[in-house]
Design a protein around this ligand. Structure first.
Ligand SMILES: [Zn+2]
Length: 260
């Protein structure tokens, strides 16, 4: 069984999300990515039903901020602060160059999330696209973050090996998603061939948005794992064992025995 390191099964109607968890044969746990204040409740509802299989995350996605008015944004940050105690992770947060969110707002929000993760002693789920230089600069400026041995994961990573190394040195796991199965993600494939397996986790990032009602992790997580094994010239069982070990560092309260 796998843990899906980044998923949004709570985007699906509750019954369907429940069904997904109940019938899954390949996945025994899901780390959810926080998106906006409206979906935080659906994460908590799912967690209540499956306390040992669901990990929640409080965050305002970089895509969301551009759609909020200043008042809504301020309110969301306020609400976020109230939610932190209940969440397992802080995020997803970060910087995304492709989205029409004013950069200064992304930066302010990113720093706020980092601050909350440090004060609550929780780990971060980061979404960084095309802004690795700035993201790394911001992370390195936080001395308490630099001192922690584990800081969270970089979800849907698609950068270079050099960039991956910098995140690893800062205590982040590199989470590999379905992008690696696409032919045009050549750079990612080269990167994954080089990343030591001790720093890799695997995610579906599924469903990708509220309109999608199908969970692809069941099929795609084993496929990604097989591809990682091929790139690293290892057998699948080794990948499975090491990724499970890595998960224990991200989820100290998780035990494989309990989840089968
Ligand atoms: Zn996500």
């Amino acid at each position: 069984m796998w843990i899906d390191a980044h998923s949004h099964i709570n985007f699906m109607p509750f019954d369907q999300a429940t069904q997904t968890v109940s019938v899954s044969k390949n996945i025994s746990g899901w780390i959810l990515g926080g998106y906006n204040p409206e979906e935080w409740k659906s994460q908590q509802k799912l967690k209540k039903k499956f306390p040992r299989q669901i990990w929640t995350s409080a965050g305002i996605h970089p895509w969301v901020m551009g759609r909020l008015t200043s008042e809504e944004w301020y309110e969301a940050l306020k609400q976020l602060q109230l939610l932190v105690g209940e969440a397992d992770f802080i995020g997803e947060t970060g910087l995304d160059k492709n989205f029409d969110t004013p950069e200064s707002r992304q930066e302010i929000s990113f720093k706020k999330h980092i601050e909350l993760a440090l004060s609550s002693k929780k780990l971060l789920i980061l979404h960084i696209v095309g802004q690795h230089g700035l993201a790394l600069k911001i992370l390195k400026e936080e001395s308490s973050l630099v001192q922690r041995s584990v800081n969270g994961l970089i979800h849907g990573f698609s950068g270079s090996w050099e960039v991956a190394q910098e995140y690893i040195n800062l205590g982040f796991y590199i989470s590999i998603g379905p992008g690696i199965l696409k032919e045009n993600f050549k750079k990612l494939r080269e990167t994954v061939a080089k990343i030591p397996l001790e720093f890799l986790v695997i995610e579906s990032d599924s469903p990708g948005d509220f309109s999608k009602t199908e969970y692809l992790g069941e099929k795609v997580i084993p496929e990604i794992a097989e591809y990682v094994a091929e790139l690293q010239q290892l057998n699948l069982e080794n990948v499975k064992m090491q990724v499970a070990k890595n998960m224990k560092n991200l989820l100290p309260q998780w035990s494989e025995d309990k989840n089968g």
